[in-house]
Design a protein around this ligand. Structure first.
Ligand code: 5GP
Length: 266
């Protein structure tokens, strides 16, 4: 029997998900995926039939993988299609935490770098989550000030988890001949500790297939080793490809993350 959300209280509705309270357990909530897709801080908006199922699968498989790898996440289980059960937060942190291995997207403009520049160590930036303000990036000096002067351990912890998760997912996707270029994660506080929350789907990262069988990914610029035009991620939507094509790419991602359970990552 499927869950009757009609009788449950909606706690929040975002661009791609609805959160419902769980009448049987106040410590957990239901996260229900929607078919909506947006870009440009919500300015571009479409509905793709079947996207919710695909995003739910991708997010479920990634969170189950991260839980197995002992990352602290909000994810518990997925009781039915399009629905995940997650732990309720004490407090949400209104930040988007972006980590990059390869230069792409917005950093090409503000960082004045060439596409394909490889970052080792990884670089991580914090953006204040606010669509009307276009998610402004926080100044590094300000973050260092909070971490050092104010004893703000949360930023340091988010930076640490972002890097840890990046390396795990980078390794996982490498098994399928794909480079994780960058991603955006979100956090909250649960039982007093920084915890990975939200969804991780085709809209959260850039994925570029390898351009050759054995790419040399240890060079200052790796663009020649990768094939961005065969990208699997939401840039297809941002760049205006048709919605069927976007959905096909998202299905490809779900096909890959569906095989994460067979991976032995060390
Ligand atoms: P960029 O800053 O280059 O636009 O994005 C860096 C990475 O973070 C990309 O993988 C992009 O998909 C992700 N990202 C940045 N902003 C957002 C956002 O507002 N929502 C989502 N879902 N992902 C974002």
């Amino acid at each position: 029997m499927s869950i009757d959300f009609g009788s449950m209280e909606k706690l929040a509705e975002g661009k791609t998900k609805i959160i419902y309270e769980n009448p049987d357990d106040a410590k957990v909530v239901f996260m229900v995926f929607k078919d909506d897709i947006t870009a440009g801080d919500g300015v571009k908006h479409d509905v793709i039939e079947g996207k919710a199922v695909v995003d739910w699968k991708t997010s479920r498989d990634i969170f189950e993988f991260l839980n197995r790898m002992d990352v602290r996440t909000h994810y518990i289980e997925s009781p039915e299609e399009k629905v995940s059960l997650v732990k309720k937060l004490d407090r949400k942190i209104d930040l988007e935490v972006v980590t990059r291995r390869v230069a792409a997207g917005s950093i090409l403009k503000w960082g004045n770098v060439e596409e394909g520049t490889r970052y080792d160590p990884l670089i991580t930036q914090f953006h204040y989550k606010d669509d009307p303000l276009h998610d402004p990036m926080l100044d590094d000096g300000y973050i260092d000030f909070i971490i050092k002067a104010k004893g703000g351990t949360e930023y340091a912890r988010m930076r640490e988890i972002n890097a840890e998760v990046f390396v795990l997912l980078e390794k996982a996707f490498s098994h399928f001949g794909i480079q994780l270029v960058d991603f955006k994660l979100e956090y909250g506080i649960m039982d007093g500790e920084v915890t990975l929350i939200d969804e991780i789907t085709g809209g959260s990262f850039r994925l570029w297939p390898y351009a050759k069988e054995n790419p040399d990914l240890n060079q200052p610029n790796v663009l020649s080793e990768l094939n961005p035009s065969a990208r699997l991620d939401k840039d297809t939507y941002r760049k205006g490809e048709d919605l069927d094509q976007v959905q096909t790419k998202f299905e490809e991602i779900a096909g890959i993350t569906g095989r994460f359970k067979d991976l032995k990552i060390v």
